[in-house]
Design a binder for this molecule. Structure first.
Ligand SMILES: [Zn+2]
Length: 411
């Protein structure tokens, strides 16, 4: 499968044409590429270099701001979790207070009832006491009279004694009843005291819990203020970030405009020079805007099924369809057409027997004879010709032979 993805390029025919073109071209008096510049271009290049430095500084500052903002957001989020925990604690405390209020209210009802009971018990005791006193007094007063009568009519002292004993027993019974009333009243009193003590403890507990509630409310209030402060800081950071992003965007636009102006000026100069250029040894632009992997590298390889050595004359850069293909360097387009093997392809002459070749494009944006400058978009990645996946096949030829593209580009 991997092999079938490779472009197997029978490029010899194309090369014959290209070399013929190149040789003919080279025979004309060549101008140094250093002539493809001007004070105006150099000035713009200086501006670009300055702007790029400034852009780097802004990018650093932006990264710092983004990091600070992230830190603040983390702190805010932690604080929010803490406040949520406090809120939950507060809810528990409020439930606790509700429970205590209910208990206190129950206790108050009990005390109220007991107070009534006590009043009844006191009254009963009092009544019994009064009754008993008057009863006993009455009996003795009556018996005082009877004592004499009894003594006379009973005819015996034992009769009198038994009578006196009966009076005594009645008095004892009355006394016992009175004691019972008294004991009952004392019990109710004790009960009331106990209830009042219990209520006191509940009141005290409620006071403590209410104090806790007040403290917690103050703490939640403080933390909520802190969250608001963090939010303000975060908003300020976001504003600063937006400013820096805008600055960088503006700088990018200015740099792009300058690059475009340089490209236009270079093209004019190249045209004026009669399309004759020489390669000045400058670094190539990486020929594709982005790629996922080197799907096949330059050099000898063993054919996976045939087991024979084969030469792959360029690098295959796997990349999505439509990705921009760039001119690696200034030059003149010597081929921009279709072949069954190479698909839509472009060949650029950079002078001094140096050529670059771009294959399998889905679209071509330049035509034969066009002057292109380094980094100019010339085509879009595709899978035309002998290719089964979207990729750019990029080859470099120097003095009539393929050379490793990695001598001119870096990953
Ligand atoms: Zn290839």
């Amino acid at each position: 499968m991997r092999f079938s993805e490779k472009c197997r390029v029978g490029i010899i025919g194309i090369l014959a044409v290209a070399l013929a073109v190149g040789a003919g071209w080279y025979a004309v008096e060549a101008k140094s590429l250093s002539s493809i510049t001007s004070d105006s271009i150099r000035k713009k290049e200086d501006q670009i270099s300055q702007m790029e430095q400034e852009r780097t500084r802004n990018q650093d500052k932006l990264s710092d701001l983004q990091k600070m903002k992230k830190d603040l957001e983390t702190k805010k989020s932690n604080l929010k979790s803490y406040v949520a925990q406090l809120d939950s604690n507060l809810a528990e405390i409020e439930q606790n207070i509700n429970d205590l209020n209910q208990q206190i209210s129950d206790k108050e009802s009990e005390i109220e009832e007991t107070t009534k009971e006590l009043a009844d018990a006191q009254e009963a005791e009092q009544t019994k006491q009064t009754d008993m006193i008057s009863h006993i007094r009455m009996m003795y007063e009556r018996d005082d009279i009877q004592v004499v009568e009894l003594f006379v009519t009973a005819g015996s002292f034992s009769g009198f004694l038994s009578r006196a004993d009966a009076i005594e027993r009645i008095a004892d019974y009355e006394k016992q009843m009175y004691d019972d009333y008294k004991a009952n009243r004392q019990l109710v009193e004790l009960c009331k005291e106990q209830l009042e003590l219990e209520k006191e403890i509940l009141d005290e507990t409620r006071e403590n819990v209410e104090a806790e509630q007040a403290n917690l409310e103050v703490l939640i209030d403080q933390k909520t203020q802190d969250i608001i402060a963090y939010e303000t800081d975060i908003n300020n950071q976001a504003d600063a970030i937006a400013e820096y992003e805008q600055m960088i965007k503006d700088q990018d636009a200015e740099i792009a405009a300058l690059e475009e102006a340089i490209a236009a000026e270079k093209k004019d100069i190249l045209k004026e020079s009669g399309d004759v250029i020489t390669y000045d040894g400058g670094a190539f632009k990486f020929p594709v805007a982005s790629y996922t992997r080197v799907s096949d590298d330059y050099g000898m390889r063993i054919h996976p099924t045939l087991g024979v050595e084969q030469f792959h004359n360029g690098v295959d850069l796997a990349s999505p369809k439509g990705t921009a293909i760039y001119a690696a360097y200034d030059g003149k387009v010597v081929a921009a057409t279709y072949s069954a093997t190479m698909g839509n392809y472009i060949m650029i002459d950079h002078g001094d027997e140096l050529y670059t070749i771009y294959m399998h494009a889905s679209a071509l944006y330049v035509k034969k004879g066009d002057i292109v400058v380094r980094g100019e978009t010339i085509a879009a990645v595709g899978s035309t010709g002998r290719s089964t996946g979207n990729h750019l096949h990029f080859s470099v030829r120097k003095n009539g032979s393929y050379v490793s593209p990695w001598n001119y580009i870096s990953k």
